[in-house]
Design a protein around this ligand. Sequence first.
Ligand SMILES: [Fe+2]
Ligand SMILES: [Fe+2]
Length: 358
Amino acid sequence: MVNTAEQQDQQELRPGVKAPAKETLLTPRFYTTDFEEMANMDISLNEEEIRAILEEFRADYNKKHFIRDEEFNQSWEHLDPETRQLFVEFLERSCTAEFSGFLLYKELGRRLKDSNPLLAECFTLMSRDEARHSGFLNKAMGDFNLSLDLGFLTKSRKYTFFKPKFVFYAVYLSEKIGYWRYITIYRHLEQNPQYRIYPLFRFFKNWCQDENRHGDFFDALMQSQPHLVNGLVARLWCRFFLLAVFATMYLNDIQRSGFYEALGLNTREYDKYVIKQTNETAARVFPTILDVDNPNFYNRLEVCAKNNEKLNNIDNSNAPRVVKWVRKLPYYVSNGWQFLNLYLQKGIDAKAQRQVVR
Ligand SMILES: [Fe+2]
Ligand SMILES: [Fe+2]
């Protein structure tokens, strides 16, 4: 059952429980899929590799990792209000994203149990990891006297339906980009410990290995379905998802650059690095990747970033709704135009590149 935003507003939250952030195009999504199609999938072409990854999941390397230590036992009142606000928002978004992974994997594990036990166990063990991640983040929110009501979130959020193949593309990329985001922050803070404003970041090193393994699982799964990573249709969809994931991250992070700057990072450089690495990682499985070194790529994203700023200003103005809508229209059109141009920009043939390397 899906509640509307109005219904959400009417429900009361306990004190200290944070109301879920407003959903926009850029907030983390909750997914659902065609479970039957997934259950009937024949993975025999790459079963060996999937079994090897299952063994890794079973080994549970991070079983004892997510334990809060002494360093958490202190007050965080000294953080200035703006940093604190950005930080809480970061925790909330990350917690929501991790929790959305948990729900999807958990449901897949449950529904595939009888029909496809190998995949079901992989999903169940990945949901174990995501539960740890989101739980750990929710406890961190507790340090700032807030928490997310995850049960409420489960019931109140809208679920986006994706066919299994779109789940694979989208979730594969979000796992790999998650890996690069966490490891990049970890390495930066390792070299610049004066910016490590909160102990959570110390946990990112092992944490990101979970995400990396999850990504590898989807890599193996896609390789078991050759039509998903070969041919024109696959090329078009892979490009679409790469662009959607990269653009969403870039635009999101620019809106919250204060958070990355509080950690001593340059937001744009951080994002460009993460995007480049994720793009190169995707070249191992996707037939095509984006040419992110083409100057046009970021020039166009910068236009979108400026448009978003204008859209936010209009949203925050006191103008009547219709006037707001009319004023927003050209920026929406411009964003669409940039996106279309980026999509049509010449990509890089990852499959040909792999064959050369071999
Ligand atoms: Fe995770
Ligand atoms: Fe993950």
